[in-house]
Design a protein around this ligand. Sequence first.
Ligand code: HEC
Ligand code: HEC
Length: 418
Amino acid sequence: MNLLFSKRSIELLISILTSLVLAGCADSGNDVSQVETSSKSAVFGECGSTAPLQLPCGFPLPREEDNNRLSMAKVELGRFMFYDRNLSFNKTQSCADCHLQEKAFTDGLTVSVGSAGHPHSRNAMSMTNVVYNGTMNWANNQVVNLQQQALAVITNEAPIELGWSGHEVEMLARLSTPLAQDYSTAPPDYPTLFANAFPDEAEKITLFTVTKAFAAFGSIMISGDSDFDKEQRSEPNTMTDAAKRGRELFFSEQLECFHCHAGFNFSDSVDHDGIRFTQNSFHNNALYNIGGVGLYPSDNHGLREFTLRPEDEGKFRAPTLRNIALTAPYMHDGSIATLDEVIDHYARGGRVILPPDPNAGDGALNPNRSGLVNGFVISTNERLDLIAFFESLTDWKFICRNDLSDPFGNTQKHTLCP
Ligand code: HEC
Ligand code: HEC
């Protein structure tokens, strides 16, 4: 069963990858056709349009996969599944248990814990603007869209996340025939939801359709209405003078932050409709230097785990900084507790860890350290300004949006939501 399942999921992955490559070939040399494709989005539209979901003003159209054009029916189905704990093999965990809306879809833990109780080696990432990611996860150049990400999460065995592997038939049956006893309220009518979401599929409830619906819901988690955004667009806002001074620091050549946390999503790894080449960048921001030879702890080598190249040791994607004030602790392994300590880290130009800690070493001397992480002098007031700037990136509309919230009522909204 296990083997059969793995083989099927590999086949699925290959077919998704193939369709992606083919889509890429069809588009190459023709930027315009990509723009036309997504202007037909049934879901997204520019701000001020009549689309079901309006993008924040100035945001680019998300790229929609050719095999998963968005519809509100897919989004609605994906929302139920995202919050449904019966979709982990032992009925204990949903996606939302690691991606809580009140924490900008993170879990507040140093590293996540899967449904079977195993620790993940990494910190849960915010799902803010994931549809625009060039690559998914902290340092994985192999998972490039939300369908692939959903497949990875449900089938992962090391660690087990939702634990579908080996339980595939049973998991799909839970969707075909939802049991009243599994729910505290009326069970979602999954057969009808799938039929509405996938009118053209002969078989409605499959691994393919499940991953597509998860992807559809993930792709509407778009955040671009923070005080910072409103200030940039000259709309009424409450951005403080301190936050505006912090913005100047962030975008200064002295601090260099904006080179990697770049552009509309504060990340230099982005993809969206209308660009032909996705920008996938990975950087070593000098967190570790074990043994003085640039090593990172054994369970987190960063991009090197996929490329096998020594120079990729400790390289990670620069994540978005949107909603960053709500997503502590920080970094791929949750090893920095506060934004103040993040500033210490960059001001020093790398973190030093003293013996006898097994991870001892001076990150500033890491041979792979990015040339943009050089250290700087920052006063106490400037530090407060920078933190005020981070706080101005919190998008309360996003954190409180009803259409992103738990339809079962198991998870609370942020206490500041109306
Ligand atoms: C056990 C906790 C856990 C569960 C359950 C979980 N995630 Fe995650 N998620 C994580 C962690 C940890 C990461 C970072 C993984 C890495 O870098 O290897 C992550 C990363 C992601 C990302 C990538 C974000 C980015 O910016 O690259 C997406 C998208 C995502 N998860 C969606 C989902 C969906 C959809 C589900 C349910 C099908 C789900 N997750 C279930 C913990 C979890
Ligand atoms: C060379 C590129 C680069 C520069 C310059 C840079 N960062 Fe980063 N940043 C990264 C990478 C890569 C990560 C993830 C590293 C990891 O997890 O190991 C990161 C992580 C972070 C995080 C944690 C994000 C999270 O979700 O946990 C914060 C906060 C942050 N950076 C703020 C800043 C600030 C402030 C500056 C300027 C002082 C800055 N960065 C400069 C690349 C960069």
